[in-house]
Write a protein that binds this ligand. Structure first.
Ligand SMILES: CC(=O)N[C@H]1[C@@H](OP(=O)(O)OP(=O)(O)OC[C@H]2O[C@@H](n3ccc(=O)[nH]c3=O)[C@H](O)[C@@H]2O)O[C@H](CO)[C@@H](O)[C@@H]1O
Ligand SMILES: C=C(OP(=O)(O)O)C(=O)O
Length: 432
């Protein structure tokens, strides 16, 4: 298993170019199931989850040719309606093929995703909504088995805001008979990106980006060319990396308008920044102030930035209270950050971070995607070496994290298994 080795050093400096959004690419790849036409997607980040989704779509029979910037997909022929356990178990977002398969083929069998490190993450709201659209659903042998000759438009009022639930229903409704209204819909930029792709395929969708989305079903969709939006969570992660190291970093090829609540929190913390249309310039600061945030559905503070924000707050003056409202178990990074010297107390769904704490390198374990990123951020300023194990979590969602950080001057290397090699890499990094 690969590990990351870091040695804390000076401020990051330079430019980092943001990749396409993983969480927009996944539903857009799934949307290609809806058409027999040719789909071209560009600005895909070649991270593990994208490979997994491509494998899943290939497994269904679609033809995919990839290139450096994206994929060309042809869905003229689909010969399976089954999303197997082997693929779904490595990526929960596989559930996104349920709506499109059912809409196009009238049948879908998708392995039921299990819980994961951050929470139980049920898919009951996806299933209830599909039933409301006329699908017959059975749960058998660990699989969701859904059937519907043609889905019918329905009024769906989500009990909770669900991002992939909204995306699944939006895709299913494009080919349904009649009008579907989604209330309490997710307003995330990735939902809007998917809606824009579907509209380019001929779908009739109004209101994406608001809490009510109205979809008028059509008989068929055609192919399209679509460019994926920049990754707001990768962007925020580099803002935190720049902030914790008091760096001067230009974050380019991004879209700051998707990060309002997070950038507002960083500004309240005293981070000097210039925010442009497609880039953020982060400047060195004289010391950060602690601020309180609570995670909420978009446009609130994103849960996917919570771990990286807590890592940054370990260096802010005072006590920062971070309340996690989306997932019931998303503080797995806290015990690991504490092993590095952070002073953090968990109280129910709140994490109280008392700063500034002096961090020292340690052997730590990545437990989920964003928890891993928070350990990298802490490792950038920790004294001596930090070794992060189980970085396959990071590889699910960050394109070339160590390459991008190395470019900014960080002392970071990936090592294959073996403690001998770790010692050698530590020596090499110490000599830089
Ligand atoms: C691939 C992708 O886009 N992943 C994102 C998506 O995940 P995902 O779409 O899985 O998360 P949801 O928005 O669905 O989950 C929000 C909350 O609703 C609950 N819930 C959800 C569905 C359901 O049927 N029943 C139910 O109870 C979940 O357990 C959670 O507590 O949104 C999350 C919340 O912004 C992000 O952290 C993930 O990065
Ligand atoms: C939780 C995340 O992803 P997923 O929903 O795929 O687990 C994430 O991107 O932070």
């Amino acid at each position: 298993m690969d590990k990351l080795v870091l040695i804390g050093n000076g401020p990051l400096e330079g430019e980092v170019r943001i990749s396409g959004a993983k969480n927009a690419s996944l539903p857009c790849l799934a949307a290609s199931i809806l058409t027999a036409g040719a789909v071209s997607l560009t600005n895909l980040p070649w991270v593990r989850d994208i490979y997994t989704m491509c494998d899943l779509i290939r497994e269904l029979g679609l033809e995919i040719n990839d290139n450096e910037d994206g994929v060309a997909i042809k869905g003229a022929k689909i010969n399976s309606h089954i999303a197997p356990y082997q693929l779904v178990k490595t990526m929960r977002a596989s559930i996104l093929v349920l709506g499109p398969l059912l809409a196009r083929l009238g049948r879908a069998q998708v392995s039921l995703p299990g819980g994961c490190a951050i929470g139980a993450r049920p898919v009951d709201l996806h299933l209830k909504a599909l039933e409301k659209m006329g699908a017959k659903i059975k749960l058998e042998h660990g699989y969701i088995d859904a059937q519907a000759e043609r889905l019918k438009g329905a009024h769906i009022d989500f009990e909770k805001v669900t991002v992939t639930g909204t995306e699944n229903m939006m895709m299913a409704a494009t080919l349904a008979e009649g009008t579907t209204i989604l209330d309490n819909a997710a307003q995330e930029p990735e939902v809007v990106d998917l809606a824009n792709m579907l509209i380019a395929m001929g779908a009739d969708i109004q209101g994406a980006g608001t809490s009510r989305i109205v979809i008028e079903g059509v008989d068929s969709l055609h192919g399209c060319d679509h460019r994926i939006i920049p990754d707001r969570i990768e962007t925020g992660t580099y803002v935190c990396a720049a902030a914790i190291t008091r760096g001067r970093v230009s974050i380019t090829n991004t879209a700051p308008q998707y990060l309002g609540a997070f950038l507002d929190a960083m500004q309240r913390a005293g981070l000097p920044m210039d925010i442009h249309e497609d880039r953020i310039e982060v400047y060195p600061h004289e010391g950060l102030r602690s601020v309180n945030v609570a995670t909420e559905p978009h446009p609130g503070f994103p849960t996917d930035m919570q771990a990286q924000f807590i890592a940054t707050m370990t260096q802010a003056e005072g006590t920062s209270i971070v309340t996690e409202n989306i997932f019931e178990n998303r503080f797995n990074h806290v015990p690991e950050l504490k092993r590095m010297g952070a002073d953090i107390v968990i109280d129910g769904n709140r994490a109280l971070t008392i700063g500034p704490a002096s961090l020292s390198g340690a052997q730590v374990m990545a437990t989920d995607l964003r928890a891993s990123a928070s350990l990298v951020i802490a490792g950038l300023i920790a004294a001596e070496e930090t070794t992060i194990d189980r970085i396959y979590h990071l590889d699910r969602g960050y394109y070339d994290l160590e390459g991008k950080l190395r470019n900014l001057g960080a002392k970071i290397r990936r090592v294959k298994n073996g403690t001998d090699q770790i010692q050698q890499v530590v020596q090499e990094l110490s000599n830089i």
